[in-house]
Design a protein around this ligand. Structure first.
Ligand SMILES: [Zn+2]
Length: 426
């Protein structure tokens, strides 16, 4: 293929191209995001030029995609039933969260041929890690390379794992690995090869400090499915969140627990996420939140103490700081509780990150409970969004939340159905 190389500038954030360097990207407005890159235009593409004609919607046969089980039940559920032939999945996560561990486990449990490409570890390092995780399978082949062309060989695999996209490079592109052009070109090659040969591919992408996958956003557009493995190195639980899925529900969440033999799916997360405390203490409330389609009961802890400096401190872990400040203001106004001279700390137990507004009521209950020194009985659980005037607003999937909480032994459930105002929360 004849190729021509031309110098251009590409935005690191959105992949926008410009013929010259600019301080601010015109497409996404991020500053100092242009990097020099090269544009490779290949000669005439050999795409087949058979004309396509539109079909009537009712005449189109729906092909039920046959799913290939990954061997990990929790992962299958998250993906909407398993892998689809030709599917390309991007798995993002901060370094050390357990992406490689999960993929190695997957390779070990997969019932068909797997090709594991690592640009970060040598073959023997991977073998050592497999040994530690108790994985041994005749179906896994390992190759340690940074060249995308070496990685995309066909050995009859039904699953290709690429760890990671940031270290892969194509010799045709004269820029370094991890640059926008490299990431984009390598991803294009992977998608092409995967679709043409009919194997599923999982690409690992590391996450930057800002929380997005290093490399252009364009990567997320090119793949079929985007998964993020979230969690804290120092905590037990990991959440596998779906951000995009062309073959299933994009709101699913898989919950895993880190154990010595790798990540294990948590079948009944409700119980595990609750604290082990038997006698109730003040400052702890149980929230029923929805993660994907599944309701979870999690413990919310709050601590209020007298401020020792002039300015009250607000700190959170696993919850939004802005949201806490707002809730503090609402509590102050509606309940006449003076939080001005109180430091308020809120912690979501087990290291989870809760973004759903339905957790508001439990956060307020925990804060009020800590402030008043009154413990909330163990059989009480909360869900509901708190409005600015202190009213409790309805949230989605009320029935499912109540059902889950009852199944876990909660007998008193405070929700928008029976609490109208934050003043009657405790
Ligand atoms: Zn941009």
């Amino acid at each position: 293929m004849a190729s021509k190389v031309k110098e251009i500038f590409v935005c690191r954030e959105c992949g926008n191209e410009s013929p010259r360097w600019e301080g601010q990207c015109r497409a996404c407005n991020s500053w100092n995001s242009y990097e020099m890159s090269t544009h490779v235009s290949f000669g005439k593409s050999s795409k087949n030029s058979s004309k396509k004609s539109p079909k009537k919607l009712n005449d189109i046969n729906i092909l039920e995609q046959s799913r290939i089980s990954t061997g990990i039940e929790e992962l299958d559920r998250t993906l909407g039933g398993g892998l689809v032939a030709g599917q390309v999945i991007l798995l993002g996560g901060t370094p050390g969260v357990g992406k490689s561990t999960l993929l190695l486990q997957l390779a070990g449990l997969f019932s068909q041929k797997v090709l594991y490409v690592s640009g970060e570890e040598s073959e023997s390092q991977i073998a050592l890690r497999s040994n530690r995780l108790g994985i041994s399978s005749d179906l896994i082949s390992i190759i340690s390379t940074n060249s995308i062309d070496d990685a995309l060989i066909d050995i009859g695999q039904k699953l290709l794992i690429i760890d990671s996209i940031q270290v892969m490079e194509s010799q045709e592109i004269p820029s370094r690995a991890g640059s926008v052009t490299q990431v984009r070109e390598c991803a294009a090659k992977i998608v092409n090869s995967s679709k043409n040969n009919g194997y599923a591919t999982i690409i690992v992408g590391h996450i930057t400090k800002e929380g997005s996958i290093a490399g252009p956003k364009i990567l997320e557009h090119m793949v079929d499915t985007v998964l993020y493995l979230e969690g804290d190195k120092s905590h037990l639980f990991r959440m596998l969140r779906v951000h995009k899925n062309r073959f299933g529900d994009d709101s699913e969440v898989g919950i895993f627990q880190m154990q010595s033999n790798g990540l294990c799916g948590v079948e009944n997360p409700g119980k595990l996420l609750l604290g082990g405390e038997v006698s109730p203490k003040s400052g702890s409330a149980t929230a029923i939140v929805l993660e994907g389609s599944r309701p979870l009961c999690i413990e919310i802890q709050a601590l209020t103490t007298k401020t020792s400096f002039g300015y009250p401190k607000r700190a959170v872990s696993g919850f939004s700081l802005n949201r806490l400040q707002l809730l503090c203001a609402v509590i102050q106004k509606c309940l006449n509780i003076n939080l001005i001279d109180q430091d308020v700390y809120v912690n979501v137990a087990s290291g989870l990150n809760v973004k759903e507004p339905a957790v508001d009521l439990a956060v307020c209950a925990a804060i009020i409970s800590s402030y008043k020194g009154v413990a909330i009985p163990r059989e009480t659980a909360y869900f509901g969004e708190v409005g600015l005037t202190g009213e409790i607003r309805k949230v989605v999937a009320s029935d499912r939340r109540i059902k889950e909480a009852k199944a876990l032994g909660f007998t008193k459930i405070l929700s928008p159905d029976n609490v109208k105002n934050i003043a009657s929360v405790l």
